[in-house]
Design a protein. Structure first.
Length: 261
């Protein structure tokens, strides 16, 4: 038995009803499944009951990796990778008709999401993405324009992903019990980019710069991104607004101008 490591942000899911609820958000049968952070295999076991075509597991913890390899040694559709997902070439193993699932460590969950959003190939090979976050972070991911949760993460997410559904999970469903409520979000990739941005990391850069002083007007920070001539080309952009008052499509337009030499 491997115990949860605080250093890796591990909280093992133990509620079988919640496990089934997560797995039932998508159609697993005959799909290629990638599970991030399988831990002790709570989701993994339920995935296998639903007869996937292949199942790739990515686990950072060496002791858990050994247990998983031993547990699924005779199952030919399962492949276990001992790897840090943030350093791992995730895009390389995702083949057509894939589904990505993960009960993510809270401390790196936003980084994992951004890594997936920044895939080089778009539309990507995965059809569905089901990830678990801390509730407060989840609210920022799904935050809509003109709400208090709207920000750089929701702008970046909305550019390439559509949110299908979300639901909350009580701390009582985990061992050890976290101090916060969790949120599961089901995403699907948008088949084409919403705008004409050439490189997604430029949108990330633009939003990071403008939201670095989210309570202040954008009149100073916008000049770090665009020349005065380019700013004048955006007729409906007021420099007296705060970053949270700018619509997502305006961020896309600013990024497009930023990319033009």
């Amino acid at each position: 038995m491997v115990f949860a490591k605080r250093s890796l942000g591990q909280n093992f899911l133990i509620d079988k009803n919640i496990v089934r609820k997560i797995i039932n958000t998508v159609e697993i049968k005959n799909k290629n499944i990638v599970e991030i952070g399988p831990g002790q295999g709570a989701l993994t076991n339920e995935i296998l009951k639903n007869k996937p075509k292949t199942l790739f597991l990515i686990e950072k913890d060496y002791e858990l990796t050994k247990e998983l390899k031993l547990k699924y040694l005779k199952n030919k559709i399962v492949k276990v990778y001992h790897a840090d997902v943030l350093k791992f070439d995730l895009e390389k193993i995702i083949i057509k008709n894939s589904i990505i699932l993960g009960n993510l460590p809270y401390n790196i969950s936003s980084q994992i999401l951004v890594k997936i959003i920044k895939f080089k190939k778009w539309a990507p090979n995965f059809d569905d993405l089901v990830l678990m976050f801390q509730r407060e972070l989840g609210k920022k991911i799904i935050g809509k324009y003109s709400t208090s949760d709207y920000g750089r993460l929701s702008i970046l997410t909305n550019y390439r992903l559509k949110i299908i559904k979300n639901f909350l999970i009580s701390p009582n469903c985990f061992k050890p019990k976290p101090k916060v409520t969790s949120m599961v979000i089901h995403f699907q990739p948008k088949k084409i980019d919403t705008g004409n941005i050439k490189k997604i990391h430029n949108l990330e850069k633009v939003t990071n710069i403008l939201f670095s002083n989210k309570r202040k007007m954008i009149n100073k920070n916008i000049k770090k991104i665009l020349s005065l001539n380019k700013i004048k080309k955006i007729s409906d952009l007021e420099l007296s607004v705060r970053p949270s008052e700018i619509r997502p499509d305006m961020y896309y337009k600013i990024t497009e101008l930023f990319e033009k030499k």
